[in-house]
Design a binder for this molecule. Structure first.
Ligand code: NAD
Ligand code: MG
Ligand code: MG
Ligand code: MG
Ligand code: MG
Length: 335
């Protein structure tokens, strides 16, 4: 059923396809800063393009860049990398990129959203490809500085030059991604799996599961501090074990009581009904319904997003977390 992924490693990839090319990194946030710094450290010619002077502008200057207005960065570029928020990309494209497109230019994305859902429809005479790090921007930078790299997905949407994949891989290498590995995918696969993943596990699922366990323990009269350590803080240690050694490694590190309880009760909490909901979430992503809803929400000033942030900030979990921060920090390994 499932096909075997093509994975590229550092030794098979060359930076040459991007040597001497002018690269404009649009945006200097989570990914933008990591990309601009890693690509520059890899010897590539990077200009940061931003809409206006502000926090990102100052940060870019502090890091030794001379940011330009988006339009000016694009005018001088061979390769334009979109690292502004997904909901902003189509406006930046229409206002500043499209009018300055030259045949043979490269449009590069870190997530397939705008291309897959056709919010940006580039002309035939440019290359369109993606390098999607499978981790947050600050980690992409941190791993690179320490000699490692966060794995990336690479995909080609439009191959005008015939060399789009070589260039995607060159960027993956400059980012540090191929030090781990670059997995070949499609815009559709990256976009849909990324959205389903963040909704059902990484952001939505994990947070709700932690909240459900924490709040239930508190409702049952246990001290919030004790509930916090159990239901929230300790998850990092469990996930670190899974990250380092897989499920088996994690299971080997917990007690037999925990293993037995986990095997029997986990399936009652996360059950067929949960799987049905995950499939529903995937269907909303695949049909484009989720994208439509998010674009509409963004158009109304993102009220749901703002409310979610306010609620998270005010929640008992966050209050307790802030109170325990001192203890947690004090116990972190030194060095
Ligand atoms: P971000 O929100 O951290 O960065 C936004 C940048 O764009 C900042 O420089 C900000 O000043 C600028 N910006 C914000 N609003 C703007 C506006 N209205 N007009 C113009 N500029 C604006 O973005 P990010 O999270 O780094 O995401 C960038 C891309 O990377 C997205 O396509 C995202 O899906 C993808 N991506 C992000 C992550 C991640 O960990 N954050 C991981 C993989 C892929
Ligand atoms: Mg993701
Ligand atoms: Mg995402
Ligand atoms: Mg325990
Ligand atoms: Mg135990």
């Amino acid at each position: 059923m499932s096909r075997i992924a093509k994975i590229y490693v550092d030794s098979e990839v060359r930076l040459d396809p991007l040597k001497g090319k002018k690269i404009a990194v649009l945006g200097y946030g989570s990914q933008g800063r990591a990309w601009a710094l890693n690509l520059r450290d890899s010897g590539l010619d990077v200009t940061v393009g931003l809409e206006r002077e502000g926090k990102s502008w100052q940060q870019a200057q502090a890091d030794g860049f001379h940011p330009k207005k988006t339009e000016d960065a694009v005018k001088g570029a061979d390769v334009v990398i979109f690292l502004v928020p997904d909901m902003v990309q189509r406006f930046i494209y229409r206002e500043h990129v499209q009018p300055n497109l030259k045949p043979g230019m490269d449009l590069v994305f870190a997530h397939g959203f705008n291309i897959h859902y056709r919010l940006i429809e580039p002309p035939q005479n440019v290359d369109v490809y993606m390098v999607a790090p499978k981790g947050p921007g600050p980690i992409v930078r941190d791993f690179f500085v320490k000699g490692g790299g966060v794995p990336v997905l690479v995909a080609v949407h439009q191959n005008y030059s015939g060399r789009a994949m070589e260039k995607a891989l060159a960027i993956a290498k400059a980012l540090g991604g191929t030090r781990a590995g670059a997995i070949e995918t499609t815009f559709k696969e990256e976009t849909e799996t990324d959205l389903v993943g963040e909704q059902t596990i990484l952001v939505g699922g994990v947070m709700e599961l932690m909240k459900a366990a924490f709040e239930t323990l508190v409702e049952l009269g246990y001290q919030p501090e004790v509930a916090y350590f159990e239901a929230i803080n300790e998850l990092k240690m469990i996930v670190d074990l899974i990250y380092e050694k897989g499920f088996t490694g994690m299971l080997n590190a917990v007690s037999d009581t925990a293993k037995y309880g986990g095997f029997t009760v986990g399936k009652r909490v996360i059950n067929e009904e949960t799987r049905k909901r995950i499939r529903e979430a995937a269907e909303r992503v695949r049909s484009g319904k989720f994208a439509e809803e998010w674009i509409e929400e963004y158009g109304r000033g993102s009220p749901t997003l703002k409310k979610g942030m306010e609620e998270a900030e005010k929640s008992l979990e966050e209050q307790v977390g802030r109170r325990l921060k001192e203890i947690i920090e004090r116990g972190k390994p030194k060095s």
